[in-house]
Design a protein around this ligand. Sequence first.
Ligand SMILES: NC(=O)C1=CN([C@@H]2O[C@H](COP(=O)(O)OP(=O)(O)OC[C@H]3O[C@@H](n4cnc5c(N)ncnc54)[C@H](OP(=O)(O)O)[C@@H]3O)[C@@H](O)[C@H]2O)C=CC1
Ligand SMILES: O=C([O-])CC(=O)C(=O)O
Length: 278
Amino acid sequence: MTAVSAAPATPPATRAPRRVGLIGWGAIGRVVGTALAAGEVPGAELTCVVDNRPLGDAAPAPQLPLESALTSCDLIVEAAGQGVVRAHGEEILTAGADLLIASTGALTDDALTARLRAAGPGRVYFTGGAVGGLDLLQAARALGPLTEVTLTTTKLPATLEQPWMDEELLHRMRTATGPVEVLRGSAREIPAKFPRSTNVAASVALAVGDPDAVRVSVVADPAARHTRHVVEASGGHGSYRFEVRHLPDADTPATSQVVPYAVLRSLAALAGRPGMIL
Ligand SMILES: NC(=O)C1=CN([C@@H]2O[C@H](COP(=O)(O)OP(=O)(O)OC[C@H]3O[C@@H](n4cnc5c(N)ncnc54)[C@H](OP(=O)(O)O)[C@@H]3O)[C@@H](O)[C@H]2O)C=CC1
Ligand SMILES: O=C([O-])CC(=O)C(=O)O
């Protein structure tokens, strides 16, 4: 009989904490930054905050311009808007920092997506944000294409008002007594039309691999106490349905309360927390 020798007891490797720079001190950023500064994500620490507005001592870490943040951070969290991804995504990755993106709507631009995926040495990641099931949809793609993919997003009318809307549509939304479909289109078109409120469409598109294949309906409902996202997808191998209802953030109702916690979960995974569902 062969003796099985015990593996030598080696202590777990200690990794340097991720030095996190947070862009955007808003509904998402404030919750994420406060939790990071309180040490709630082991293996990650808040190094600095980048924001358009002077924050004074409101933030628990120094406010820096992006160029300075890039010399002191190895992971940047974007919680500011699609414009930041477009303007600075490549720069961040090229500087060597990893980038966790909340404003996935920017990724409906194929050329930008290709540049971000090719850029480095930093690596680009996307948070699941307000929607669930993306991991499973990404896995299901390995079995074959998802041929029917739809997303229906229902929000309070005021969170969907946009500068391009005409008076007739705005009037319909403002006087609605029940759900009103505001726009229907592909996941390539919709996030550009509602840049702060339909990133989920782009996130579903990232998961299924094709923004043109995802049909999106945006609905304004004055009774929508909860923001609702319903994702349905099917292919030759199966069918999938995910429905979420979230309380909106009290001050920024376009954003659901759960979103910063989704970002924190993504950060925990990037910081190497064991035991996570990946
Ligand atoms: N993936 C998902 O499920 C979701 C994604 N999102 C995305 O996250 C983004 C942030 O959401 P939220 O926290 O609610 O937004 P907020 O408007 O509450 O906060 C955004 C903050 O970022 C600042 N900011 C904007 N542009 C820049 C810039 N170029 N440089 C520095 N700071 C900047 C804003 O300042 P100022 O107002 O002065 O511009 C503001 O302080 C949304 O725009 C949306 O794209 C949101 C919800 C869900
Ligand atoms: O927070 C949400 O429910 C969704 C949202 O704003 C977005 O997709 O941009």
